[in-house]
Design a protein around this ligand. Structure first.
Ligand code: 4AD
Ligand code: MG
Length: 430
């Protein structure tokens, strides 16, 4: 009997197969009962007919419970009405483990309850689909950079450097020194880009986000490319090529998942280059026109981001920001010293900022002054300043938040469902 998985059955019609999985659902109509089997690759309707199986197998219906583990044998049949277009005519079932009463019943549960049972909730259809999309977003990201001449240069998690401000740092005891969990791998990628031309890192990043929003986690995953001999315009071109690639990849490789999630894919199909590029000043004008109470000079809040993104049918890139509200390492616009050559990309449909990046300050003296002006200690930045002493070049990069991107592609409102085990201010379990 060929051992197989549910995702492969379409090409195995007529064969006798064995599948290992769990009971997703049970339903009986007297002389026939149905077991919906879940094996991690999909769901399969298995039909148990009294006249076709030994008595003890037919009697299992009363013993089995939701999420019991079973090994099922039978013949694959075409069944147009079933999910996946096939079903299994069962000839035998081996019970591996009878599950206790499963806490996640088909009835509605609140999110807090489901999050407390995240280790089990992952088995549910929608959560399974979201994490499959996440897997493909990450795969597409690696493919994109690997096939475009980038070298993977892993940034460390423990660091002595505050990259993105000092208010949301996670401090850790590091023997007799101060260390932080990294907020971004960027600074190390700048070393990577000067060594390899183009480099990237992909890893978890940490921010002690004290506010509870649907877009913030304390631990999230970022992919961060960095390019030597690259200005802000080219940086934006890389960002739009990359984001277009991810979206088109998912449209092709996540059809089942996006259908399960009832995602309107026509919106995603529009995600094609070029993406609109507007200045911060132009974005502020949009907000003024739409009656927002936004104060020019400040950062956009979540509502402002939604108002801006509503104007466009694809991601929009906002560049040239007031330098005061951007990080110390950003290069200033030669045409206006008050502006930083930074860029944020906002996803459509109100999913917020998915990319932040820009051109880096490459002059030693200016960068040193910025570090001091920002009250950052110079010592831990000496290695970073070195990069401006030995072969400094114009260089740029960006970071894309995996969870927000997955949330947008899946149409998931809250990003806590886009990561297997979310970490927020109130949650470190499970
Ligand atoms: O805009 P940010 O802060 O940029 C940086 O960290 C740069 N150093 C990256 C670089 O240039 N290499 O963060 C980048 C992205 C945001 O656009 C957002 O998608 C995501 O990281 N992000 C978060 N995602 C979830 N929870 C949070 N608390 C996040 N903070 C940022
Ligand atoms: Mg940002």
């Amino acid at each position: 009997m060929a051992q197989t998985t549910i995702d492969k059955l379409k090409s195995q019609i007529g064969s006798q197969v064995t599948l290992r999985g769990w009971v997703y659902k049970l339903r009986s109509i007297g002389k026939i009962w149905f077991l919906v089997l879940r094996d991690g690759t999909g769901l399969l309707q298995c039909v148990v007919v009294k006249a076709e199986v030994p008595e003890d197998v037919f009697a299992m219906e009363s013993r089995l419970t939701q999420e019991s583990s079973v090994i099922v044998t039978g013949t694959v049949r075409e069944e147009k009405r079933a999910v996946g277009g096939v079903e299994l005519g069962v000839s035998g079932i081996e019970v591996v483990h009878v599950a206790e009463e499963y806490p996640i019943a088909p009835k509605e549960h609140g999110t807090a309850f489901l999050m407390d049972h995240r280790h089990l909730w992952l088995r549910s259809r929608l959560q399974h689909a979201i994490l499959k999309v996440r897997h493909q977003v990450i795969k597409a990201s690696r493919d994109f950079f690997d096939s475009n001449g980038f070298t993977l240069v892993d940034s460390p998690i423990f660091t002595a450097n505050a990259v993105e401000g000092t208010t949301n740092l996670f401090k850790v005891d590091y023997f007799d020194q101060n260390a932080y969990l990294t907020q971004s791998g960027q600074l190390y990628q700048e070393a990577g880009a000067l060594a390899f031309g183009k480099s990237y890192c992909f890893g978890p990043t940490f921010r002690a986000e004290k506010s509870k929003t649907r877009r913030h986690l304390t631990e999230f995953w970022m992919i961060e490319p960095e390019m030597a001999y690259c200005d802000l315009d080219e940086d934006m071109s890389w960002a739009e090529r990359y984001v277009e690639y991810i979206v088109q990849w998912c449209l092709e490789h996540c059809k089942t998942e996006l259908a399960t999630l009832e995602r309107d894919t026509s919106k995603l199909e529009k995600v094609k280059r070029p993406f609109p590029r507007i200045t911060y000043a132009e974005a502020a004008e949009i907000l003024a026109r739409k009656g927002s109470d936004f104060k020019p000079g400040s950062d956009f809040g979540g509502t402002d981001e939604t108002l801006i993104s509503e104007e466009f049918d694809r991601p929009v890139m906002i560049h040239r920001w007031p330098a005061d509200i951007k990080a110390f390492y950003m290069k200033r616009d030669p045409a206006n010293n008050d502006l930083a050559l930074g860029v944020d990309m906002l996803a459509p449909e109100g999913h917020g900022e998915i990319v932040g990046g820009g051109q880096r300050e490459d002059d030693y003296d200016i960068l040193l002054k910025r570090i001091r002006d920002n009250d950052l200690p110079v010592k831990p930045f000496e290695w970073y300043l070195d990069l401006r002493k030995y072969g400094s070049v114009p260089h740029s990069g960006f970071g894309l938040g995996i969870e927000r991107t997955v949330g947008w592609i899946c149409g998931t409102k809250h990003i806590r469902e886009t990561i297997p085990f979310p970490r927020t201010i109130y949650r470190i379990e499970p």
